[in-house]
Design a protein around this ligand. Structure first.
Ligand SMILES: [Mn+2]
Length: 333
C-alpha cells in the first residue's frame, strides 16, 4: 500500500516508553481491538507498553486476543507517551492518565487535538483500519494472527459486519488483507453473535417493553433503567447495541437508547440515524459527539422524564433542520 508519511510512526519508532495504549470507557470492539492490536504490535517491537481501560473487559469482548492483559485505569504510573484510540479525547477514558506526551488515533469528527502526531481520519470505517495502516507502514510482517483478529473485530463491528453506509471497496480490501494475515471472520462472528447469556435475553425483553415512537414514527427509542440490570443479573456493558432494536423499525429516522448510570448520576444516550439526520450534531448540542450515523452523549437529570425531554427537544431540532418536521416543538402529547 502506498502511504504518505505518518508523523506518529516516527514518534513510535523512537519512543522508549513506558507507553500506555488506552481505550475509551464502556469499551466496544473498535476501541479495544485497536488498543490490543497496537499493544501487541508494540510489544513485539520490544517496547515497554501496557494496555488499559477504566472498565473490566466485558464478556462480549473477552475473546479478543490479549484481552486478559488489559489493566484497569487509573494507575499511579506516569507514562512517557499515552495513546487514546477510537475516542474524541482523553476525557473519554474517564480515568486520569498521567503522561508527558499524549496522542489520539481516531475516526471521529472533531474532538480534542494533542499535536501533529495525532492520527485522525474521519473517513476511516473504523479506528482499527487506521491502526492497520499505521502498522503496515511500519512492518506488515509483524502483523500476526492475534493482531489481525483484533483489527478485523473493530472493522467488522463498526461496519455492522459490512452492512452500514461506511462499508465500501476499501473496507473489503482491508478485510481481505486481514483475513490473509490470519483473521478468522466466522470465528469472530460466532464470538459476537452466538455467546449471549439468558440474562441478556431477559434484559432485552424488559427493554423492549419501553419501546416508544415519537414524531409520528420518525423517532423511536428505548429506556434502560438501572434496576433492569439488577433484576436480570446483567451489567451496564450488556446495554451495548440495544439501540439497534428501535433503529430497525420501518420509517424510523432517529433511534435512541437512554441508559441510566446511577453510579455517575447521569443518563447515557446512544443515537443512531438511518442517514437523513446528522446525529453527531444532535449529540454535540448536548455536549457529546460521534459520527453522522452513530453518536452519544450524557445528560444529567433527576429521572428519565427530564433526560428524555432534553434529548427529544434536541432530536426535534435535528429533524427540523433536515426539513422532516415543520416546527421544532413537540407534535406528540
Ligand atoms: Mn470506532
Amino acid at each position: 500500500m502506498v502511504e504518505h508519511s505518518i508523523p506518529l510512526l516516527e514518534l513510535l519508532k523512537e519512543e522508549e516508553g513506558p507507553i500506555l495504549v488506552a481505550s475509551h470507557e464502556n469499551p466496544d470492539a473498535d476501541t479495544l481491538g485497536s488498543a490490543l492490536a497496537l499493544y501487541l504490535f508494540l510489544k513485539k517491537k520490544g517496547k515497554r507498553v501496557v494496555v488499559g481501560c477504566k472498565d473490566k473487559v466485558p464478556h462480549f469482548l473477552d475473546f479478543l486476543p490479549g484481552a486478559e492483559e488489559v489493566i484497569r485505569l487509573p494507575v499511579e504510573e506516569v507514562f512517557n507517551l499515552a495513546i487514546v484510540v477510537d475516542a474524541s479525547g482523553f476525557y473519554r477514558v474517564n480515568a486520569e492518565v498521567k503522561a508527558f506526551k499524549k496522542v489520539r488515533i481516531d475516526h471521529h469528527i472533531g474532538g480534542d487535538f494533542y499535536g501533529e502526531q495525532d492520527y485522525i481520519d474521519p473517513e476511516a470505517p473504523s479506528t482499527t483500519a487506521l491502526i492497520y495502516r499505521l502498522l503496515c507502514a511500519w512492518d506488515s510482517s509483524a502483523i500476526d494472527e492475534d493482531i489481525a483478529n483484533n483489527l478485523y473485530a473493530g472493522l467488522a463491528t463498526d461496519t455492522g459486519f459490512f452492512k452500514y453506509s461506511n462499508t465500501n471497496a476499501e473496507t473489503f480490501r482491508i478485510a481481505k488483507e486481514l483475513v490473509e494475515l490470519g483473521a478468522k471472520p466466522h470465528w469472530t462472528y460466532v464470538n459476537f453473535a452466538e455467546r449471549e447469556s439468558i440474562n441478556k435475553m431477559k434484559l432485552i425483553s424488559k427493554v423492549l417493553e419501553t419501546l416508544t415512537l415519537h414524531e409520528e414514527g420518525l423517532v423511536a427509542g428505548i429506556i434502560i433503567l438501572d434496576r433492569f440490570f439488577r433484576e436480570t443479573g446483567c451489567e451496564y456493558a450488556d446495554s451495548e447495541g440495544l439501540v439497534n432494536y428501535p433503529r430497525s423499525i420501518e420509517g424510523v429516522e432517529v433511534a435512541y437508547a437512554l441508559i441510566e448510570n446511577r453510579e455517575e448520576g447521569l443518563w447515557k444516550v446512544s443515537l443512531r440515524s438511518k442517514g437523513r439526520v446528522d446525529v453527531a450534531k444532535i449529540a454535540q448540542s448536548l455536549g457529546g459527539g460521534g459520527h453522522k450515523y452513530a453518536s452519544g452523549c450524557k445528560i444529567r437529570a433527576e429521572d428519565y422524564r427530564g433526560a428524555l425531554d432534553e434529548l427529544l427537544s434536541a432530536v426535534r431540532e435535528g429533524l427540523y433542520v433536515e426539513g422532516l418536521i415543520k416546527q421544532a416543538v413537540s407534535q406528540t402529547a
